[in-house]
Every structure is written in C-alpha cells, then in structure tokens.
Design a protein around this ligand. Structure first.
Ligand code: NAI
Length: 379
C-alpha cells in the first residue's frame, strides 16, 4: 500500500463533504470494546441534528461511510420538508462478532455528550431501546423509552407511511378505497408489521415478504397476510409496493420487475441512484419520495427534545399526508417527478436563512406555534 493510502481516501471524503454541504464527520475507534463507527453531521443551520444509530455488518469501511453520509443528508432534507427545526445526522457502527455491545454503545454515548447538544441520537436498524439505554448512561442527548421519551417512534413512522399511501391513492384515483387495494410490504419489522396490521384492519389485501424466517413464522401465526417468498415480492401485481426493509433496492433491474402503481414505504434511500426516480416515472409508477413520507419518527423525536411535547399519531398522519399531497400536486402541475420536487423544496428550505419560516412544512402548514425570534418582553 502506498504510504499516503488512507489520507487519499480522506481527501475524497472532504471533497464529497464540501460538495454536499456536510459540517462534520467524526471517526470513532475504541480498542477495548472493538467499536469502529462514523458520526456524520450534515447540517445544523436550522437547529440541532437528529439521526439514528445504525449497527450493521458493512462489507467494508467505504460502504459504511457512504451509508453514514447519505443517511445524514437525507435526515436534513426530511427535517426541512416536514418543518422540523433541526438538521440531519447519522451514526453508523460497524458490527462484527467481537464487538462488546454495552462497551461500544457507552463509548458512543461519550462521543455524543462531547457534541454538547449538536446531535441527538435515536434508534435505527440494529439499535433498539436496550442499546440506547447504554448510550443514555453517558449522555442525555438520546431518545429513551417510556416516560422519559417521545413515545413509539416506529408507530410514528408507520402513521406517516400510511398517510403517504393514502395521499398517493387519492392523487391517482381520487379515493383510498382501502378494501379494494392490494399492498405488498417488503420487510415486516417495526414499521412493516404495524403497517400490515393497520391495512388489514381496513380490509386491504396485504402480501408480505421478509428475509428472516422467525418473522415469517410469527407473521403466519399473528398477522393475517399472504406470504411471498423473499425476492418475489418485487413482481407481485399490486396497487402499492411498500419498501420497509433496507435501502438501495430500486435499481435498473429491480425497477423493471415492479408491477405496482405506487411505491411508498418507510425505507431510507430506496433508490440506488437518483436517476432511478426518472426510471420509475417512465414505467408509469408513482414514487413517493422517502424524505417526504418517512419523517414520522423525526417529527416525534425532535418535537419532544426541542419543545417538550409528545406529537400524537393523528397529528403526524395529517402533517405527513399534507406534505406528500403537496409534493405530488406540485410535481403534476410542473410535469416533474415527485422526487425532483421534494428534493428541490427541501434544498431550498435548507438554504433559506432566518428562523421565521423554519417550522413551516413544505405544504405551508404550521402545526406548532413558532418560537418567537424576539423574546416577548423585548417587543
Ligand atoms: P427493522 O429492522 O425493524 O425491520 C426490517 C425488516 O426487514 C426485518 O424484519 C428484516 O428481516 C427485513 N428485511 C431486511 N432485508 C430484507 C429484504 N431484502 N427483503 C425482505 N425483508 C428484508 O426496521 P424498521 O424500523 O421497520 O425500518 C424499516 C426501514 O424504514 C429501514 O430502512 C429504516 O431505516 C427505515 N426507517 C425506519 C424508521 C423507524 O421509525 N423505525 C424511521 C425512518 C425510516
């Protein structure tokens, strides 16, 4: 290896950070616990950065780093569209068999504490309440369960995804008609399971797939859905394909296999590349952008940390539903893809300066009274 090998990579990272407007990237290493992690803070111009801790067995360092950067940027865009007074961050932990989980998460907690409130951590793939409790031993800038937290975050995300599907169906057909629809759910985890339950309660036909056999067995016993062999869900004819597993699943080949009218789900970054939005459009599939539809958890988490309130699921449903409807309407009026419109609006909001419009959602609604810029007594 050339002597400057690792630094060569760092230079590319800095170029990418400059191009995409990242503020900070922290690399974490703890010999004792075996922790290897990256914390990416994309943007704090609207307020502190929010983002989950993802623990995953990444193939290599580069793929973990890219995931960290892509996900933290998406969080900033999501906050901007939803009218959350915050920005985006992500902490990715490289999972491996020798990792001392408790020690690693405590070390992560110390790093978050050092950020002094610039970053609030929450759950994500591989990090649930058990892991967050270890983080909370070292810092308060973390979302917690029960009385000390904002409430069920996956339920908040599900409420938003449900509202987004409803808005997309109304956009295409003028009505939801839940009992005449077929929805394919990919991934029956925290969000996919709740979504399937909600849809079944309305009489929707639900087809589901999950890679985990134990999930399949539990679903067969407890959930009234039709089971699909993992991999085959992409080509099942349906009204809505709801990706609720991992990102990157929609690419040149998989898009050709899709037989749905709408793609709308919880997964972050489901498009492998941004041009895949146009490919979906070409195939006549309405794609509801992730940054518009999966913001339920960050709305709930951020409003708890910043305003001390617990957002109800009804509020989230109505907020996300309005933002999705606005994005779809604007896209139709302008003859552009919803992806292009959502990203343009989010970027614009991100770069707007001043606090006045910060908590206004993309559809112009304002569900929370704005925090006064000038204190009352000074007016
Ligand atoms: P989870 O980890 O609870 O569930 C994911 C499920 O997908 C697991 O059951 C897993 O076995 C399954 N799976 C993984 N790869 C699969 C594949 N290729 N085919 C079929 N099944 C597969 O995750 P959760 O919390 O339900 O989140 C789902 C997605 O939504 C993730 O991409 C997450 O980043 C995103 N998201 C979740 C939020 C939340 O509040 N939980 C908030 C915003 C986004």
């Amino acid at each position: 290896m050339r002597e400057d090998g690792p630094f060569e990579m760092a230079v590319h990272v800095l170029d990418a950070m400059a191009r995409e407007g990242f503020e900070q990237l922290v690399a974490l290493h703890d010999r004792r616990s075996g922790l290897r992690a990256f914390l990416g803070i994309h943007d704090t111009s609207r307020g502190p950065a929010f983002g989950g801790i993802r623990r995953f067995a990444y193939r290599d360092e580069k793929s973990g780093l890219l995931d960290c950067l892509r996900l933290s940027r998406a969080m900033s865009l999501k906050c901007a569209l939803a009218g959350v007074r915050g920005g985006g961050a992500k902490l990715v932990v490289f999972d491996h068999p020798g990792l001392d989980l408790a020690g690693a998460y405590r070390h992560v907690g110390r790093c978050i504490e050092e950020q002094s409130g610039r970053y609030y951590a929450g759950p994500d793939v591989g990090t649930g309440w058990t892991e967050l409790a270890w983080v909370a031993e070292r810092t308060d800038y973390v979302t917690q369960a029960g009385e000390r937290g904002p409430g069920d975050l996956a339920a908040a995300t599900t409420a938003g995804v449900f509202a987004g599907i409803g808005a997309a169906l109304r956009h295409l057909d003028g009505e939801e008609a839940w009992d005449r629809r077929t929805v394919v759910v990919q991934g029956l985890g925290s969000v996919g399971w709740r979504l399937a339950e909600r849809l079944r309660a309305l009489g929707t036909r639900v087809l589901a797939a999950d890679l985990d056999d134990s999930v399949r067995d539990r679903a067969r016993a407890e959930l009234d859905v039709e089971w699909l062999a993992p991999g085959s869900e992409l080509e099942a004819p349906c009204d809505v394909f709801a990706p609720c597993a991992m990102g990157g699943l929609l690419h040149d080949l998989s898009i050709q296999r899709l037989r749905s009218l709408i793609v709308c789900g919880a997964a972050n970054n489901p498009l492998a590349r941004s041009y895949h939005a146009a490919l979906l459009e070409e195939r006549g599939i309405l794609y509801v952008p992730d940054i518009a539809v999966n913001s339920g958890a960050v709305i709930r988490g951020a409003e708890f940390h910043l305003q001390g309130r617990r957002t109800t699921l009804e509020e989230i449903e109505s907020r996300v539903g309005r933002v999705v409807a606005h994005v779809l309407r604007t896209a139709r009026a302008e003859g552009r893809s919803p992806f292009a419109v959502a990203h343009r609006e989010a970027e614009r909001r991100l770069h707007e300066t001043g606090a006045a419009g910060d908590d206004e959602a993309a559809d112009g609604s304002r569900t929370v009274a704005p925090v006064p810029v000038v204190p009352d007594e000074a007016r």
